[in-house]
Ligand binder design. Structure first.
Ligand code: HEM
Length: 183
């Protein structure tokens, strides 16, 4: 996957020395990688808590007035009724799929939904994609000690947001484009 991302980034940037925002528009694969990351590892798995204004019924359950409501978007992202093979990290699942994270599809709500949806979506997405493209353009990445990607420790730690429990250790090798590469 990292090879696929690197290939795309370096092909789009052929002949250039650095990545610009406009280049990222042509990097479709890294956009799929970000979407899949937000599905599989949402940084805010329970969104912000809500409080019910009045008693109501949802799917046969009575929700009392003033109850605290938590929406578990971590579970929504892994619901087998919404996703094929949900435990598999597969960016291609979004290739011909119009589901996005902008609050219109309730199976993918890493930024929340409705009037309190995250107002920083565009800022966040733009910066993450740009950073990812720059990391793939300027470095070749390796796991230490010939480690298999399947053995990566992906355990999450949930406090106010969800992060890796243990740091990711990678070995970067600087890549200096000559302009003659054949990608
Ligand atoms: C990957 C990055 C980010 C994620 C996953 C994220 C996710 C979220 C989520 C889940 C909420 C709560 C929505 C809800 O409960 O319905 C939220 C709220 C909010 N976010 Fe973000 N966010 C991100 C980046 C940002 C950035 C970069 C900014 C500002 C530049 C930002 C500003 C806010 C603000 C101000 C709120 C509160 C909105 C309100 O309560 O009306 N977020 N965000």
């Amino acid at each position: 996957m990292i090879e696929k991302g690197k290939h795309e980034v370096r092909q789009v940037l052929k002949g250039k020395k650095r990545v610009c925002q406009t280049d990222v528009e042509n990097m479709n694969y890294i956009k799929l990688v970000l979407k899949e990351t937000l599905r599989f590892h949402p940084p805010d798995p329970l969104l912000f808590p809500r409080k019910s204004r009045e008693q109501c019924e949802i799917d046969g359950y009575t929700i009392p007035a003033k109850a605290m409501i938590l929406i578990n978007n971590w579970v929504l992202g892994r619901d087998p009724e919404c996703w094929v093979d949900p435990e598999k990290f597969e960016p291609e699942r979004f290739k011909d799929n119009f589901v996005d994270y902008k609050g219109n599809h309730f199976e993918l709500i890493p930024f929340g939904v409705g009037r309190r949806i995250c107002p920083g979506i565009s800022f966040a997405v733009t910066n993450i994609e740009l950073l990812l493209a720059a990391l793939l353009f300027h470095f070749d990445w390796k796991l230490p000690h010939g480690m298999d990607p399947k053995d990566l420790d992906m355990i999450e730690l949930y406090r106010s947001s969800c992060t890796r429990k243990n740091p990711l250790v990678l070995i970067p090798k600087i890549y200096i484009p000559t302009g003659d590469e054949n990608y």
